[in-house]
Design a protein around this ligand. Structure first.
Ligand SMILES: NC(=O)c1ccc[n+]([C@@H]2O[C@H](COP(=O)([O-])OP(=O)(O)OC[C@H]3O[C@@H](n4cnc5c(N)ncnc54)[C@H](OP(=O)(O)O)[C@@H]3O)[C@@H](O)[C@H]2O)c1
Length: 335
């Protein structure tokens, strides 16, 4: 019997959190290859918070997903057929592929990965986009120096975990903020964080931060925004740096919140706040990739994955990012 391809299309643009009406899960024939294209069978799909932005219309740093077309995400998989001279059947590759079993993609959009070097899934976190985000945001914007205090929110996720570990490599005191006791125990006991705060159970995040950061805060790596960031801003030292990486607390908002205004603090303390997108550093990705792979092979960076089985469960795995289901990188094992 001919193979079939399951894929998720964007059926409707969600208002607030996505739900079943957001997706259309269909079955089609396998795509036919054009010249220079490669047919890839996906093994692991990454679900990432930025995909929520792509489900909505409007201007962003990346174009919205198109209605009635497949959603896309970072994927590792195997080449089934190739009409591109650089790829052969059996190669392991990574690229931005459909939320699907199979995708036909121009070879230029794929990168080969070596199955013997590290687990192939690391291409979707430490050795991929989230790792590079942590690397450039912390080192280029944060400019950490030995003995400084670094606070990272979303600390037990794909980006946050790498941020904290690089900050430890650089000799900093590292304080994580995450949403469960299990996550915080992992950060301290397995990754060497100096302290971790559970923002979901604390009665006074400002006070807990003050106790965890007796010398104030020199660098804040912001993955979440909202009230957590408000609390951190109050404790920033003179000349502190804020790497504004993500605002997941707001991705499903239907109206813009008016929060306290901290610009006077930024003025009085000569603070630097810089938003960034990992692709700003495209010309330095090779440098970041090599350094992260080295730290990983030396055991200086560890990782954790939360793997949901089955492509059909991708929408729920994606929603799990907003519930905080994942300790480490959220992945979907396609089959
Ligand atoms: N600028 C860039 O180029 C770039 C690149 C990659 C990622 N990012 C951003 O970086 C952030 C982290 O991404 P990631 O891929 O590493 O995701 P992740 O941290 O692995 O997963 C998201 C985590 O966010 C936390 N969270 C969800 N809703 C929250 C809320 N309302 N308040 C506080 N925390 C909340 C949850 O953990 P808890 O249990 O702690 O709540 C959840 O596990 C996201 O904001 C993402 O958009 C930016």
């Amino acid at each position: 019997m001919a193979k079939k391809n399951r894929q998720f299309l964007l059926a409707e643009r969600p208002v607030g959190l996505p739900d079943d009406s957001t997706y259309n899960f269909i079955e089609t024939d396998l795509p036919k290859l054009k010249e220079n294209e490669v047919l890839v069978q996906g093994e692991y799909l990454s679900v990432d918070p930025y995909m929520r932005r792509r489900m909505s219309e409007g201007q962003s740093y990346i174009e919205p997903f198109k209605l009635n077309e497949p959603l896309k995400g970072g994927t590792v998989g195997t080449v089934i057929e190739s009409k591109h001279p650089s790829f052969q059947q059996g190669d392991t590759v990574t690229g931005l592929l459909d939320w699907a079993d199979y995708t036909a993609v121009p070879g230029e959009q794929l990168r080969k990965i070596d199955r013997d070097q590290a687990s192939i899934t690391t291409a979707l976190h430490v050795n991929g986009m989230p790792g590079l985000t942590a690397y450039f945001g912390l080192l280029d914007i944060g400019q950490p120096k030995e003995g400084e205090t670094v606070v990272v929110s979303g600390a037990a996720g794909a980006v946050g975990m790498v941020v904290g570990q690089i900050a430890k490599i650089k000799g900093c005191r590292v304080v994580g903020i995450a949403g469960s006791e299990e996550k915080n125990a992992y950060l301290i006991n397995e990754l060497g964080f100096d302290a971790a705060i559970n923002y979901k159970t604390t009665n006074n995040i400002g006070q807990e931060l003050k106790e965890a950061c007796p010398n104030g805060i020199d660098i804040y790596f912001d993955n979440v925004g909202g009230e957590i960031s408000d609390a951190v801003f109050s404790l920033l030292n003179f000349h502190a740096r804020v790497a504004l990486c993500g605002q997941i607390a707001h991705y499903n908002d239907t109206k813009v919140e008016m929060g306290p205004r901290f610009l006077t603090t930024f003025l009085k303390r000569s603070l630097l706040l810089k938003g960034f997108i990992v692709t700003n550093y495209s010309d330095r990705h090779e440098e970041g990739t090599q350094q992260l792979a080295k730290w990983l092979s030396e055991g200086k960076i560890k990782y954790k994955e939360n793997i949901v089985e089955g492509l059909e469960n991708a929408p729920d795995a994606f929603l799990g990012l907003f519930r905080g289901d994942n300790l480490g990188k959220q992945l979907v094992k396609i089959r």
